[in-house]
Design a protein around this ligand. Structure first.
Ligand SMILES: [Zn+2]
Length: 108
């Protein structure tokens, strides 16, 4: 992994430290690459659910990190716990959302 300055920031204890792209004295303004979707984002614009970190680009979207985590918690607990889905990343999980949404709807 290439980093500028080689500095890292720990956002979640469930994940390895994230390389800093642009440092700032204000920690919320520090720019990192979102570990879930890969977009550059500010630390202050990240969100966490069950220890998994996303950003404003990938967290609230339909089929994003929030939806995916809640879905797996309910329907695929082992994947929820081991975080394999998280390593697959945002786009891979978003593709699966249509199927997952169907499964959720069938429950009601
Ligand atoms: Zn993101």
């Amino acid at each position: 992994m290439r980093t500028r300055g080689g500095k890292y920031i720990v956002i979640s204890l469930k994940q390895p430290p994230i390389p800093i792209i642009k440092d700032d004295p204000d920690e919320m303004e520090v720019i990192i690459k979102c570990p879930y979707c890969g977009q550059e984002t500010k630390v202050g614009l990240t969100y966490m659910i069950s220890g998994f970190v996303g950003c404003k680009n990938c967290y609230f979207e339909e089929g994003g990190l929030f939806d995916t985590t809640m879905y797996l918690k309910r329907f695929d607990y082992p994947s929820y716990v081991n975080g394999g889905f998280y390593n697959e990343g945002y786009l891979a999980n978003k593709k699966k959302w249509k199927e997952r949404k169907k499964k959720i709807e069938q429950q009601y």
